[in-house]
Design a protein around this ligand. Structure first.
Ligand SMILES: NC(=O)c1ccc[n+]([C@@H]2O[C@H](COP(=O)([O-])OP(=O)(O)OC[C@H]3O[C@@H](n4cnc5c(N)ncnc54)[C@H](O)[C@@H]3O)[C@@H](O)[C@H]2O)c1
Length: 253
């Protein structure tokens, strides 16, 4: 059986760590050439070397997804290395402890979150799409969060940014359908990256949320499996959708 992403070139933002790394590794294992667009050089280089050493094809370029020149340079370098980009996985983003309540969050933090999560997703899409249009199509996958659906306290900036991504998924899907470009999103539940595991060790109450879900917390590979489906031609009629990698119901509830 042929690999599910054979012949495709995929750009993964934030592909050096956490969920992004798992997605990059699985895309490469499924035959894709992967461009690791990562701001942390040590992480980006490490995952690239590891994929290449295990027989895959990976290329690293230092990238800040909030900076147009940086993203353009990565797209150009990636194209030179592996040809036109068929898959864009917009992953770079995240919540942090500076997020707060509506009244507590600083204006600076609000805009920083908007810039990384929402503008970064817009920017990478905006700059990759002309290449996909010229190549006759592609698949774009955004990263939103369960938080965009349920609302959570102390996550004002993050929830707003991830909600914006949800809406942008639908508008981009409609706008780009005639170009044969599909646009979907993944909404992970609590996912046990090293960063999240450390937070759980520091705060056992926090860990209880993942444990309370009927299927438990997700591992990064669980998100990567969903990403391969949306990136590959298996999902050729799927666009404008958000896939929840989540089990919703609580034990005993
Ligand atoms: N882990 C979870 O529980 C969870 C849940 C829901 C949604 N998500 C979303 O999934 C995505 C990945 O989350 P994660 O937990 O793997 O995060 P992470 O912090 O572990 O990894 C993010 C990666 O992005 C890189 N990065 C940060 N800023 C960047 C920039 N400006 N340009 C390029 N790269 C940059 C980081 O260096 C890092 O390698 C995020 O969008 C996050 O909001 C995560």
């Amino acid at each position: 059986m042929s690999k599910r992403m054979q012949g495709k070139t995929a750009l993964i933002t934030g592909g050096g760590g956490g969920i992004g790394r798992s997605v990059a590794e699985l895309f490469a294992a499924e035959g894709a050439s992967v461009i690791i667009a990562e701001i942390n050089d040590a992480l980006g280089q490490e995952v690239t070397e590891s994929i290449n050493a295990s027989g895959g094809r990976a290329f690293f370029q230092h990238t800040d997804v909030t900076e147009p020149d940086s993203v353009s340079a990565t797209i150009e370098a990636g194209h030179k290395e592996f040809g036109p980009i068929n898959v864009l996985y917009n992953n770079a983003g995240g919540a942090n402890q500076q997020d707060s309540t509506l009244v507590g969050v600083t204006f600076d933090h609000f805009w920083r979150t908007m810039k990384l999560d929402l503008f970064g997703t817009f920017l990478c899409s905006r700059l990759v799409v002309p290449q996909m249009q010229a190549a006759g199509g592609g698949s774009i996958i955004h990263t939103t969060s369960m938080t965009a659906f349920i609302g959570r306290p102390n996550r004002t900036a993050y929830t707003a940014a991830k909600g914006g991504i949800l809406a942008m998924t639908r508008s981009m899907a409609v706008e780009l359908a005639d170009d044969n470009i599909r646009v979907n999103a993944i909404a992970p539940t609590r996912t046990l990256t090293e960063r999240v595991k450390q937070k759980n060790r520091d705060n056992p109450e926090r860990a209880a949320y993942g444990d309370s879900l009927i299927m438990g917390a997700a591992e990064p590979i669980d998100v990567a499996y969903a990403a391969v489906y949306l990136a590959s031609d298996e999902s050729r009629v799927v666009s404008g959708q958000t896939m929840l990698v989540h089990s919703d119901y609580r034990r005993g509830a």
